[in-house]
Design a binder for this molecule. Structure first.
Ligand code: SAM
Length: 385
């Protein structure tokens, strides 16, 4: 029987197209953005200053001068086109392998339900109404979005999302000697948690907004003694995650739920993590997610989220403008809402105290990741008792 990682194999022509898309994305987001930053300093900023008497103070002031510029228009066209080509080329692979992939997913779920699998579980909630605005948002312009289902057992939304992760990994040269779906970010987040909280010995870990669950499995490598859980709003993602874990013979428990209302008992987890969830959900609900995380966190437990480091105070004007363009044109509608959020203040509102809160940057490759959350003090629980 062929396993799921073996089934996810773009054929020769698909791979050639996907590599082209990966290169195009790196050219637009890397080389062209660098040219744009230089053009801002040498042409666009002086042009703005000549008219306004001062340099642009923020992205809103700078937008018009960028949008009238040919290089910026060229950048935007290339970003938009490469995104469309990504969905087309990855979609070809997913439609071709889809039936066999879904049949394997179903047989892994049946094996687990018979008690012959790795011991993991899948809890779907057919009554769950996917909340707006995320329900009708095609994040990243993914056709159909994260939640679309055409028939029982549909995993296409998760498969195509997963395929784009592989496209990026291939473009970065990370897939040459690495297995499909290798959990690099799960390992990174787990290792940051270990280094920052060396005394933490989690009995249960939750990956909030775990998507297809491939990164979740990295947590099991870092904390082999812990029981692993993943939660996400999307049923296709949860089906995929359950089957993926069962295929690797990793016991993990996946649940479809809203991160604001998880359904777990008070104090259930010693470690709650997330990866790139908060810039993909609308920022108004961050305090409710933080409060729910605090409720299900055991005394002494840690809540640690990793996300993009694009807070405007850290970003030069050109990066602010290109990010804002992605928000308005390229399926990232929640990005600047998150970037503008005062995360420390929202964590305070959710009950975390200043001494518990972390909101900090960790180096990763040539860049940084934003880590935020907090450790729930043991004393807080004692005082409340
Ligand atoms: C970019 S994906 C990240 C998935 C995964 N963490 C990874 O690293 O691949 C963001 C995920 O957050 C989930 N999500 C967004 N809002 C949520 C909410 N309110 N409750 C639960 N999951 C949510 C989405 O369904 C999606 O799977």
């Amino acid at each position: 029987m062929t396993g799921l990682p073996d089934l996810y194999r773009p054929n020769h022509d698909e791979l050639a197209r996907q590599r082209f898309v990966g290169l195009m994305k790196f050219f637009a987001n890397g080389v062209l953005e660098q040219h744009l930053a230089e053009r801002y300093e040498t042409v666009l900023k002086p042009r703005f200053e000549a008219a306004a008497g001062h340099a642009p103070r923020d992205r809103a002031e700078a937008r018009d001068v960028f949008e009238a510029d040919g290089l910026f228009q060229h950048w935007g066209s290339m970003v938009y086109a490469s995104q469309s080509l990504m969905w087309q080329s990855v979609g070809d692979t997913c439609r071709r392998i889809g039936p066999e992939f879904e049949s394997r997913v179903a047989s892994l779920a049946e094996r687990a339900a018979r008690g012959e699998g790795a011991g993991g579980t899948l809890t779907l909630n057919p009554q769950l109404v996917i909340p707006e605005p995320i329900a009708s948002t095609d994040i990243h312009r993914q056709p159909g979005g994260y939640f679309h289902e055409d028939y029982p057992g549909d995993v296409h939304a998760a498969l195509i999302y997963f395929g784009t992760l592989e496209l990026y990994r291939t473009a970065k040269g990370l897939t040459v000697n690495a297995p499909v779906g290798e959990p690099g970010m799960g390992r990174f987040i787990g290792s940051v948690a270990k280094r920052r909280y060396p005394d933490l010995k989690p009995r249960r870990i939750l990956d909030l907004g775990c998507g297809p669950g491939s990164e979740t499995l990295g947590l099991k490598e870092l904390f082999p003694e812990a029981e692993i859980h993943g939660l996400d709003l999307s049923a296709p993602f949860m089906r995929f995650a359950h089957a993926w874990a069962e295929e690797q013979r990793v016991e993990a428990h996946f649940r479809q739920a809203d991160a604001r209302e998880t359904g777990y008992p008070d104090g259930y987890f010693d470690l709650i993590v997330s990866h790139i969830v908060f810039h993909e959900t609308w920022h108004e609900i961050a305090p409710a997610i933080f409060a729910e995380a605090r409720r299900i966190l055991a005394p002494g437990g840690v809540f640690l989220n990793a996300d993009v480091p694009y807070q405007p105070t850290r970003m030069p004007i050109p990066k602010q403008v290109t990010n804002d363009w992605q928000v308005r044109n390229n399926g990232e509608p929640f990005w600047t809402g998150f970037a503008d959020t005062d995360v420390r203040e929202r964590l305070r509102q959710a009950g975390f105290t200043d001494s518990e809160i972390v909101a900090d940057y960790e180096p990763l490759g040539a860049g940084f990741y934003y880590f935020f959350g907090g450790q729930r003090a043991i004393e807080a629980q004692r005082r409340a008792a």
